[in-house]
Design a protein around this ligand. Structure first.
Ligand code: 3PG
Length: 306
């Protein structure tokens, strides 16, 4: 059995070593394709792969067509919007993710972005503190929970909205559950986004919603760029010079944001939320173990295409 690790944004070496150990202990062969850049290289590499570990790498119908012997794809991470689930099911390929394995890393980066924003991008002028400010966690999944845990250390007042998570689950963490996204944005000084990119959430973070933020409001995005209605956010930030936007996922309109909103907009050059050795080890080794469990015992825990 051939297991391909196809990561345009590579894992830390220590994580690749750990993945290799799991795969070779199972008697399988590991093939590494890193920083491949062009899709053609991925199409070539998948030809004889029986299993693939990916990160944000795109697995679409064309890739699945080329991967004639493929049985399983594991997205080492949480969001699987980069995999065409319908096409995978049609090709009889199991798709899994590794929920929770990189969530602390993403949550920590959200705070890195928050501190940078409230300290005026470290430009030497007086900023503000996070202590005592109201933080809104938009979606209370694995990352949202870690954000809440860290926010307590900062002394923030914590609110959350999650359309799918029961109020009691949120409130047992000492977080105030609110009934709608609108309410969350109206209350909070800072909103940290943790929603997945789905048909329902794409473009949902729009002018009307973000405009509810109080004066000096800060939006932090370590989720997905697709959830932002970029044209409307640009328009709003033109109208409101008090708003700040910090993101770990470079917007399609990055040049415009950077040119118009210097000092109150920042994007990491490459999505870095999960770029820690710990997250790479956790997610990468979990992915390897899930592949072995699936190929040897038919275990389908964490399957996302039913
Ligand atoms: C995820 O969905 O797990 C995170 O967004 C991290 O993605 P990455 O593996 O591409 O860094």
């Amino acid at each position: 059995m051939k297991v391909l690790v196809a990561t345009d944004k590579p894992f830390a070496k220590v994580a690749v070593d750990g993945i290799r150990k799991e795969i070779e202990a199972a008697g399988y062969e590991l093939v590494l394709l890193e920083k491949y850049g062009e899709k053609a290289k991925l199409l070539e590499a998948v030809k004889d792969a029986n299993a693939i570990i990916i990160r944000s790498d795109i697995i679409d119908a064309e890739v699945l067509d080329a991967a004639k012997d493929l049985k399983i794809v594991v997205r080492a991470g949480a969001g699987y919007d980069n995999v065409d689930l319908e096409a995978a099911t049609a090709h009889n390929v199991c798709v899994m993710n590794t929920p929770g394995q990189n969530s602390n890393a993403v949550a920590e980066l959200a705070f890195g972005l928050m501190v940078m924003a409230v300290r005026n991008m470290y430009n030497g002028t007086s900023g503000t503190e996070l202590m005592g400010k109201k933080l809104g966690i938009h979606a209370y999944g694995n990352v949202g929970r870690n954000v809440a845990r860290i926010a307590k250390g900062f002394g923030m007042e914590i609110y959350a909205f999650d359309a799918f998570c029961p109020k009691e689950v949120i409130e047992k963490d000492g977080v105030k559950a609110v009934g709608s996204a609108e309410e969350l944005y109206s209350i909070c000084n800072v909103v940290s986004l943790h929603i997945p990119a789905t048909a329902e959430t794409k473009n949902s973070i729009n002018h009307a919603l973000v405009n509810r933020l109080p004066k000096g409001g800060l939006l932090v995005n370590t989720a997905r760029k697709e959830v932002i209605n970029e044209a409307e956010l640009i328009q709003l930030m033109e109208e409101r010079a008090d708003l700040k936007y910090m993101t770990d996922i470079m917007p399609a309109a990055h040049e415009t944001f950077a040119a118009k909103f210097a000092g109150r907009y920042f994007s990491t050059p490459k999505k870095m939320g999960a770029q820690t050795a710990e997250a790479n080890i956790n997610a990468g080794i979990a992915a390897a173990k899930q592949i072995v469990g699936f190929l040897k015992d038919g275990c389908e825990k964490f399957r996302v295409n039913k």
